[in-house]
Design a binder for this molecule. Structure first.
Ligand code: GLV
Length: 312
């Protein structure tokens, strides 16, 4: 029996059983127990999403932690977890495609002025609106790893000029890839649509702020499906209010769920999504999670173990 401590958003029994059944398809001897149950003290592995980390830390038999999502910042937060414990993330082509669809949707809504037409419908106004010529549009993707590279390629296939930026240099066929601070500024200055898919690290925290928004061309569109902490929300609101940014589309926030009194809700040219751009899909992710549990059980380092020093 391979005991795995489990914690997800609502920590419901139903969700735990659902995941257990999915994982059993690939690893029949797996047993999920709630993170707060007594059995969790016997667990070798924990499967976690936004778990109370002090409880995780107190479980002495844990040999590795698996994120129930693509991001691991919820596990590395505040350096509570010992840095020698391997942390594994999900890398799932299905989720990368889901993210790509969401970014494409956001980009197309911007260039085709979807919401302007929906407003016109309310007043039965039948007239064309100014169309942005997509051949002149340059899209910057910040973060071009497992997810961003798929998004970049898909946007390119749709006929957009796409540029990518990442911490280290990457090569993606057909995409200009950049790294380093000066190239970050270059993309801010020259692109029209800015898509943040970066992992949250100390270097990317608050990376989109008044200074960097001001470096973007007037009328730019900002899209964030990275992490909320990468954006100074008040600065974004001000740049949207002044019209310097023509629109922003957000899926992530500094505090989630987004509090009702957060001013982002009220800013007309900011579109709010509740962190659903690329949700974890148990059907497609279970196989690799089961494999990771098996590896840990056998003393091996699973694929997609993150580099603790880099934070992703
Ligand atoms: C979602 O935000 C994830 O990390 O998978």
């Amino acid at each position: 029996m391979s005991i795995v401590a489990f914690y997800s958003k609502d920590s419901s029994l139903e969700l735990k059983n659902y995941w257990e059944n999915r994982l059993k398809i690939y690893y029949p001897s797996v047993k999920l127990v709630s993170l707060f149950s007594d059995h969790a003290t016997n667990a070798n592995t924990a499967l976690l999403w936004k778990a109370p980390l002090q409880r995780v830390k107190s479980l002495n038999n844990l040999k590795a932690l698996i994120s129930l999502g693509q991001g691991v910042d919820h596990i590395l937060k505040d350096n509570i977890i010992d840095e020698n414990i391997p942390v594994i993330r999900i890398v799932d082509p299905f989720m990368a495609k889901a993210m790509s669809h969401w970014v494409i949707l956001s980009v197309l809504n911007f260039i085709r002025d979807t919401f302007g037409y929906y407003d016109q419908q309310r007043t039965k106004t039948y007239k064309s609106r100014k169309e942005i010529n997509f051949t002149n549009i340059k899209v910057a993707i910040y973060g071009i790893g497992a997810i961003g590279s798929v998004v970049a390629k898909d946007l390119k296939h749709l006929g957009f000029k796409v540029e990518g930026w990442s911490r280290t240099k990457r090569d993606i066929l057909g995409i200009n890839c950049y790294n380093g601070k000066s190239k970050f500024k270059f993309l801010l200055n020259t692109c029209d649509i800015h898509v943040c898919l970066l992992p949250l690290t100390p270097q990317t925290t608050n990376i989109f702020n008044n200074t960097t928004f001001k470096m973007m061309k007037s009328g730019s569109c900002f899209i964030n499906a990275g992490r909320g902490e990468q954006v100074v929300e008040q600065d974004l609101i001000e740049n949207c209010k002044s019209g310097h940014l023509s629109t922003a589309v957000l899926d992530v926030y500094r505090k989630e769920p987004l509090p009702k009194n957060n001013k982002l809700w009220e800013q007309k040219n900011i579109r709010i999504w509740p962190h659903v751009a690329a949700e974890t899909n148990p059907e497609t992710a279970a196989k690799q999670i089961a494999n990771a549990i098996k590896c840990i059980e056998n003393g091996k380092l699973p694929p997609n173990t993150i580099e603790r020093k880099l934070g992703y």
